[in-house]
Design a protein around this ligand. Structure first.
Ligand code: 1HN
Length: 363
């Protein structure tokens, strides 16, 4: 974008001198728009999955540029391809750990969670020593600065969605990463191993922080490693659907809450799961948080954008992922007259809420 022509050479001279000193006039145009409006987008699972499987053939874990020893395919918003980001705050990726493989132990200031897609119940993420077993559709939290490695001792591939607040953390200039291998204990000795020891059995955190728990909980209860089992979420969805308890904008809706505070799943990311009964059409609403969805089952259509923009229909089917930008009107429709549709979603809502910037509007 070029400067508007100014006839006064004194103004040109001023602009030049300010630029030399890393200064800019409020009246000057930005050189490039760093803030394009994000677009809604759908990533068909078929394509994502085939690229992931192909990466399993040609990308060694800890191969090209290392990439902190993870084999993930990132969902990239087409508005900001250079940033390799799903939204301005969150990253959703898909990760593959093949039978016998391990993704080495590390920790970072970015908070992360996994939503399991494929697994036979033997693969696990070790979070600060707890062996968190990953069964399909389980949700596993690795809060910021918790050690985590992923292990697949089974016979079939382990596949899950990763969600990280890494772009928010980047904007805040606090993106720090440490490999377990390079870390030292209190005596200054290197840990030296690629994985951490298993200290606690699966379910330790659920028992420790669930409704029957020791009096002294976590030191900072906003940052809990935790697992939410799909069997419980699914049973609750079915019971509520049966009872006809529905939100007009989201159908049968459940929050994954922090079990100690009852608040958001994590300080920066909130998770939900919703069931749209057969034939359900929700009423449009919009809000200042942006949301990434993953279709757990069923098929339907999400219409994004108001009447003025004509609306953008995203038709989805099982395991597809799609993004709804902040402040865009949206409504969901279950295309089946006989089967429910289930959507898992993540949003940056807790960030907006904590800054006093959360807004919601209903049609
Ligand atoms: C990461 O550390 C993991 O720990 C997964 O499994 C995905 C995407 C971007 C940056 C770091 C993991 C990631 C990631």
């Amino acid at each position: 974008m070029s400067e508007p022509a100014v006839d006064d050479p004194r103004v040109d001279a001023l602009h030049e001198r300010m630029a030399e000193h890393s200064l800019g006039g409020h009246w000057q145009k930005k050189r490039r728009d760093p803030n394009p409006k994000l677009v809604p987008h759908l990533w068909p699972w078929e394509t994502v999955y085939s690229c992931l499987l192909e990466s399993g053939e040609v990308i060694k874990l800890g191969g090209i540029n290392d990439a902190a020893k993870r084999r993930t395919v990132n969902l990239v918003n087409p508005s900001i391809p250079d940033l390799k980001a799903t939204s301005r705050t969150l990253q959703m990726s898909v990760q593959l750990v093949k039978p016998g493989e391990m993704a080495e132990c590390h920790r970072h200031t970015a908070g992360a969670l996994r939503f399991v897609v494929e697994g036979e119940g033997t693969g696990y993420t070790n979070v600060n020593g707890e062996q968190m077993i990953m069964e399909p559709n389980d949700l596993v939290l690795t809060p910021n600065w918790t050690w985590h490695d992923h292990q697949n001792p089974g016979a079939t591939p382990l596949v899950w969605l990763d969600v990280l607040d890494i772009h928010l953390i980047g904007h805040l200039d606090i993106n720090i990463h440490e490999n377990y291998q390079d870390a030292r204990d209190g005596q200054g000795n290197y840990f030296g191993n690629a994985s951490q020891p298993v200290l606690y059995p699966d379910g330790f955190c659920r028992q420790r922080f669930g409704p029957i728990r020791p009096r002294n909980g976590a030191e900072d209860n906003r940052f809990l490693p935790y697992t939410y089992k799909w069997a419980e979420a699914r049973a609750a969805l079915d019971a509520m659907a049966e009872a006809g308890e529905r939100d007009p904008h989201d159908g049968v809706l459940l929050d994954y809450v922090n079990p100690l505070t009852g608040g958001a799943t994590m300080p920066t990311i909130h998770c939900r799961v919703q069931l749209l009964p057969p034939g359900e059409e929700t009423r449009p609403h919009r809000h200042s948080s942006s949301t990434i969805y993953h279709v757990v089952e069923g098929e339907g259509v999400t219409t994004v954008g108001g009447e003025s923009s004509g609306g953008n229909d995203m038709a989805w089917t099982k395991r597809d992922c799609f993004f709804v930008p902040s402040m865009d009107w949206h409504a969901h429709r279950n295309a089946s007259k006989s089967e429910p549709a289930i959507l898992f979603s993540v949003s940056d809502r807790p960030v907006l809420e904590s800054l006093g910037l959360y807004r919601e509007e209903h049609a």
